[in-house]
Design a protein around this ligand. Structure first.
Ligand code: SAH
Length: 219
């Protein structure tokens, strides 16, 4: 049975200009990221009423008080993960599944954890419709990580927290990268942590705005 993907020349055109103006135009030049963002139909990850807004330069509501990040932020976080084809990636905060799809276009396998069951169910449906066989979704508190599948080449935390998630850092391969919004008193900073033989290398990538991570995990 073939799948029917709801797309149109108008939406394809809007998607192309989103990538050109909001992602490439702001300095994200990696062809694999631009290709992935041109391919994945961002509108299908939000309600039908928001389709025409799906390609604007802003975050989008996905229900349960959560949002898909602005296109540039998706490009920036994806670049900071420095993924190679075949990589195994862990994502905390599946949300709509949009960023999971972008990651799955570049990496080999994506393991994504979402705390809100309704969001996880909806993301699974959308990703199934698009045929993403290399994304596994689990409904639970992501701060415990995904031990059975560890270690990972890259980990993305898509919600902000003031503490470094030690349990997740332990599930990274040596040389692996964890990207997350770190909540400070003056706001959030997007950071990349790289696992080195003798500890961590931390790089601050700039200010950002993510929804808060909700966890009962002692970090
Ligand atoms: N990247 C997603 C949006 C992420 S919004 C997208 O493309 O749509 C952040 C998500 O993190 C929300 O869906 C929220 O429910 C989830 N979340 C918050 N705390 C969490 C936790 N402890 N474990 C797993 N998911 C969590």
């Amino acid at each position: 049975m073939g799948r029917t993907i709801l797309d149109s020349p108008e939406l394809v055109r809007l998607r192309k200009s989103m990538v050109e103006d909001c992602v490439r135009g702001r300095g994200i030049r990696e062809p694999q990221i631009l290709r992935a963002m041109e391919k994945v139909p961002r509108h299908l990850f939000v309600d039908g009423a928001l389709w025409l807004q799906a390609y604007g330069d802003h975050a989008l509501p996905i229900g349960s008080g959560q949002t898909i990040s602005q296109p540039y932020t998706i490009g920036l976080t994806t670049r900071a993960l420095q993924m190679k084809h075949g990589d195994k990636v862990l994502e905390i905060g599946t949300g709509s599944g949009y960023q999971s799809a972008i990651l799955a276009e570049i990496a080999g396998q994506v393991f994504s954890i979402e705390k809100v069951p309704e969001l996880a169910r909806r993301a699974r449906r959308t990703l199934d419709q698009l045929g993403y066989l290399n994304i596994a979704i689990r409904t639970m508190d992501g701060c415990y990580g995904w031990k059975e599948e560890a270690p990972f080449d890259a980990i993305l935390v898509s919600a902000a927290t003031p503490d470094l998630p030690e349990t997740l850092l332990e599930q990274l391969k040596p040389g692996g990268r964890l990207v997350m919004p770190l909540q400070g008193s003056a706001g959030q900073q997007l950071v990349q942590l790289e696992r080195k033989a003798d500890g961590w290398r931390k790089q601050v990538l700039g200010p950002c705005r993510f929804v808060p991570l909700r966890s009962s995990h002692p970090s």
